[in-house]
Design a protein around this ligand. Structure first.
Ligand SMILES: Cc1cc2nc3c(=O)[nH]c(=O)nc-3n(C[C@H](O)[C@H](O)[C@H](O)COP(=O)(O)O)c2cc1C
Length: 305
């Protein structure tokens, strides 16, 4: 018998738990040249803001010995062009897609999300709350429980479908932020976004990113992400989408054992864009080997000492 890879989050069914992470495959156009997007559990778009953004000047990515640093600066086409030019493409490809939304004020989140509420095919929104809030002097929404709750609650009022809050790992107590998102009305959590880091050129004494710092991603952050997923799983009842350094099926199994219902693949796409498709195949083989009939049997099954 072929094991069942279907999962459900907030009443929405997905063919499998493997999604792409925001910012790592744009709006799906390049991936679609390689394989049908419908093979994915879901595609998560690049963060969309109210107005188009060019992002930070180059260099905005840098390789380090222990992962990739990026400070793209939310370069994106803006909500108007997304709805007009990018969304029809995703619809054509019959893939589930989740729109990631970013903003620097609560009003910006609300404006973008209310626009998306009018678009039938948007399955879910993922709120990137790791952006600096200009009203609050640059403090990240996701670093503050009260702001997290306020932002999620404001969006929930205008977007009646499932809402995911994507949590930042750059906090002291991630469970406190998870509970604030739940209180605000989030239906699920994505855990985690990138970890703040930097890298320097020792000849010029300059940071290797024009933004001076960036977000660390890739396999180096996987152990941090696993621990955070497990903490959130134990402290909050919302379903979790695990993210951070996933590059093969065994990484996915670890995330699900720690409590994730689904996962997203980011940096690994830059190394091999076929990673999600390979993981789906390998995950089926693993479940067969373990004589499991459904991938959901893995969720939260960590056996702690
Ligand atoms: C180049 C790049 C751009 C990213 N852009 C976004 C973004 O626009 N919005 C967002 O929520 N996360 C963004 N992320 C974070 C990823 O979605 C993901 O949370 C992070 O990379 C950790 O997963 P990974 O280790 O599998 O890459 C970006 C990551 C990378 C590497």
């Amino acid at each position: 018998m072929t094991p069942d890879l279907k999962i459900e989050i907030a009443g929405t069914k997905f063919d499998n738990p493997i999604m792409t992470a925001s910012g790592c495959c744009g709006y799906g156009e390049e991936l679609a040249k390689m394989y049908p997007l419908s093979k994915l559990g879901a595609l998560v778009t690049k963060s969309i803001t109210a107005k188009p953004r060019l992002g930070h000047p180059s260099p905005r990515t840098a390789e380090t010995a222990s992962g990739m640093l990026n400070a793209i600066g939310l370069a994106n086409v803006g909500i108007d062009a997304f709805v007009q030019d990018k969304m029809p493409f995703l619809q054509e490809h019959k893939t589930r897609f989740i729109v990631n939304v970013a903003g620097s004020t609560i009003q910006e989140y609300v404006d973008v999300c209310s626009r998306l509420a009018d678009c039938g095919p948007v399955d879910m929104i993922e709120l990137n709350i790791s952006c600096p809030n200009v009203d609050e002097g640059g403090m990240e929404f996701g670093a503050n429980a009260a702001l997290t709750e306020k932002a999620v609650a404001a969006v929930k009022k205008v977007f009646p479908r499932p809402l995911i809050a994507k949590l930042s790992p750059n906090v002291t107590n991630i469970v406190e932020i998870a509970l604030a998102a739940e209180q605000g009305g989030a239906d699920a959590l994505s855990v985690i976004n990138s970890l703040v880091g930097t890298t320097l050129d020792i000849d010029t004494f300059r940071p290797r990113l024009t933004n001076n710092k960036g977000g660390l991603t890739g396999p180096a952050i996987k152990p941090v992400a696993l621990a955070m997923v497990n903490r959130v799983h134990e402290g909050c009842s919302l379903p979790i989408i695990g993210i951070g350094g996933i590059s093969n099926y065994s990484d996915v199994v670890e995330f699900m054992l720690c409590g994730a219902t689904a996962v997203q693949i980011g940096t690994a796409l830059f190394i091999d864009p076929y990673t999600p498709v390979k993981i789906i195949q390998d995950l089926k083989q693993y479940l067969k080997r373990k004589k499991m009939s459904s991938v959901t049997e893995l969720i939260g099954q960590i056996r702690k000492y």
